[in-house]
Design a protein around this ligand. Structure first.
Ligand SMILES: [Zn+2]
Length: 600
């Protein structure tokens, strides 16, 4: 059936020949470092613009920044690929450390520019923003200026950054160390095994109920034994963040994450409001699932349990053809782009040892190409992951005509193109299912995502906002943290849980990420936002692709509210918008329950 074979490993030689010891890469890195040094020297005389004649000067700075940033990202992306394809590649690990420090230098120079720009006078600034040279970048430049204005003085911010290395980020690193040290004993297939946290977590979808329960209980015991360590880590990490916010005069802990995501508080409230009012169908799904598992209520350790073993497998070539076929139904550009990615070796999919787990898509901005990493073993979930990452790559492709300054999109919209592509494939798979059992399994896979975004992520958000309120008053004990988590889970799961996971706050890495605060609600935003675009795509048919590309091109130059209004004609500060997306997910639940009932 398949005439042509797509390569199953990627081509990195087209960027830098010779892998992690490449001479070309060495030369490239040295050039970037040299450019950065010259740029740093030059910035010493960079002063706040005083008249509209400075527009040209500022444009030159922007283009130099772009040149350094894109060359740096090109190398960083390829080094990331080296590491992912072979975790034993020591040379790649060294390069990772080297590129990390170049990035740090680059960020500090960027901060200097932002601080300087914030000092120019309002009238001069407005003139600059309307100038021929700079109007194209005005959204980002205004954002830089506003951000810098919300900060303390250069000296104070510099001190915070310096103290943060040991006083803030170090708590995040300590967390990784504590978790890395944990081993739990679990009986798997009759044999007692000593497992890391990651390995034990993977048992949450094991087909044997006892194994799932034992793994969960062993982990819960391990978290309990070390709860004081985790509570201390979380308290101090949050304490540092709150102290910085207080010094800057920021009242809400949500200010920073909302700014990063270019989102209004009303939008976030409307999203959670709509979700909270529409939990009933998902509660019903959880009840049906627990009954299928022979239980009276849903246990935490059964949430990921498989309900049906029957799904078709597809080899890589079939998976690729399946994706191409359904992308084609959406639009010719997505199909052409994807075919090219398959043919030209943009994808690393081989199932072999020493590869990093998981999947990602990374962009090489100089070559204007992307690379996708994953391990393909033939499951439908692998096909979805592949489609997801291709969606990210298509987002980068759509941004090709856009200047680097206007390509820096945030986490919430980052997951839009990926989820969109995944939906095309997941929906097609359900429609093409050959048996009811297969359909049930595929629908369940889709519903699981809704449960994750509407319930699990919601619990994390509720917990985190409440924890920060408590933390403002003082240290929060481990017992109190458990209580907060249990309450949040009960509420977020609409009282559908028979057992909760009180130490979830200790087990979830996302609470300890210092680089990005509130690593939770942007996931739910991206999911629902892309669902509503998907609904529009179905209505409008093949003509929608151009509109879709136009939307993607605007993802980094306006607020999410403006983006939705301009391209979808929707007011996302209102619950009505969010309910439309949720309704699509409810249809899956209804279909799932009908099929289960029909089976009797
Ligand atoms: Zn993604």
């Amino acid at each position: 059936m398949v005439e042509k074979l797509y390569p199953i490993t990627w081509d990195l030689d087209s960027f830098f020949k010779g892998g992690s010891v490449s001479k070309d890469l060495r030369i490239h890195l040295d050039e970037v470092k040299e450019k950065l040094k010259i740029f740093e020297e030059k910035l010493k005389s960079f002063a706040a613009p005083t008249s509209s004649e400075d527009a040209q000067k500022l444009e030159n700075i922007i283009n130099e920044l772009k040149d350094i940033a894109t060359n740096l990202s090109e190398a960083g992306a390829v080094i990331g690929c080296f590491q992912a394809q072979d975790t034993t590649d020591k040379h790649a690990a060294l390069l990772e450390g080297e590129i990390g420090s170049i990035y740090a230098k680059f960020s500090s120079l960027l901060l200097v520019i932002q601080q300087v720009l914030s000092k120019s006078e309002e009238t001069v600034w407005n003139g600059l923003m309307q100038s021929e040279e700079l109007s194209e970048y005005s959204f980002v430049l205004n954002e830089w200026r506003d951000e810098a204005k919300k900060m303390l003085s250069e000296k104070e911010e510099d001190m915070i950054t310096t103290l943060g290395v040991d006083g803030y980020h170090a708590w995040g690193q300590l967390y990784d160390l504590l978790v890395g040290d944990i081993r739990v004993k679990v009986k798997v297939d009759g044999e007692e095994k000593e497992l890391s946290v990651g390995q034990a977590n993977n048992l949450s979808s094991h087909e044997n109920a006892t194994t799932r329960k034992e793994a969960f209980e062993a982990l819960e015991t391990a978290w309990t034994e070390k709860e004081e360590f985790f509570a201390k880590t979380l308290n101090h990490l949050a304490g540092f963040r709150l102290a910085v916010y207080e010094k800057r005069g920021w009242e809400s802990v949500l200010q920073e994450p909302l700014d990063i995501n270019r989102m209004k508080q009303e939008t976030l409230d409307a999203m959670w409001g709509a979700i909270s009012k529409n939990k009933a169908p998902f509660v019903e799904y959880l009840n049906v699932k627990s009954t299928m598992l022979g239980e009276k209520g849903m246990h935490w350790y059964d949430l990921d349990a498989p309900v049906s073993a029957s799904t078709e497998k597809m080899d890589y070539q079939q998976g690729a053809e399946f994706i191409l076929k359904h992308f084609k139904e959406f639009g010719p550009k997505l199909e052409d782009f994807t075919r090219n990615a398959f043919e030209k070796g943009w994808i690393e999919a081989e199932d072999r040892p020493n590869k990093r787990p998981g999947g990602f898509c990374t962009g090489m901005p100089v070559s204007e190409e992307s690379r996708i990493f994953m391990t393909y073993s033939g499951t439908m979930s692998n096909v979805s992951t592949l489609a997801h990452e291709l969606g990210h790559a298509f987002h980068s492709y759509a941004l090709k005509p856009v200047h680097w300054m206007n390509r820096q999109y945030a986490m919430g919209v980052a997951e839009t193109a990926s989820t969109f592509a995944e939906m095309i494939v997941a929906d097609a798979a359900v429609k093409e299912a050959k048996t009811d059992d297969e359909k049930i399994a595929l629908l369940e896979d889709k519903i699981q995502r809704s449960v994750a975004f509407f319930m699990n992520i919601h619990a994390r958000f509720l917990f985190e906002t409440r924890f920060y309120e408590e933390r403002k008053k003082g240290i929060v004990s481990a017992t109190k943290l458990n209580e907060l988590m249990e309450t949040a889970q009960k509420e977020a799961y609409g009282d559908a849980l028979e057992t909760t996971h009180p130490h979830f706050w200790a087990s979830k890495l996302h609470f300890y990420i210092t680089g990005v605060p509130f690593y939770n609600f942007p996931y739910t935003f991206g999911y629902l936002f892309s669902l509503s675009i998907y609904a529009k795509a179905i209505n409008e048919g093949a003509n929608f692709e151009e509109k879709y590309i136009a939307l993607l091109q605007d993802t980094a130059v306006m607020s999410v509210e403006d983006l939705a209004m301009k391209h979808l004609g929707e007011d996302i500060t209102k619950e009505a918008f969010w309910i439309k997306g949720i309704n699509l997910c409810i249809q899956d639940v209804n279909e799932f329950i009908q099929l289960i009932n029909a089976k009797g």
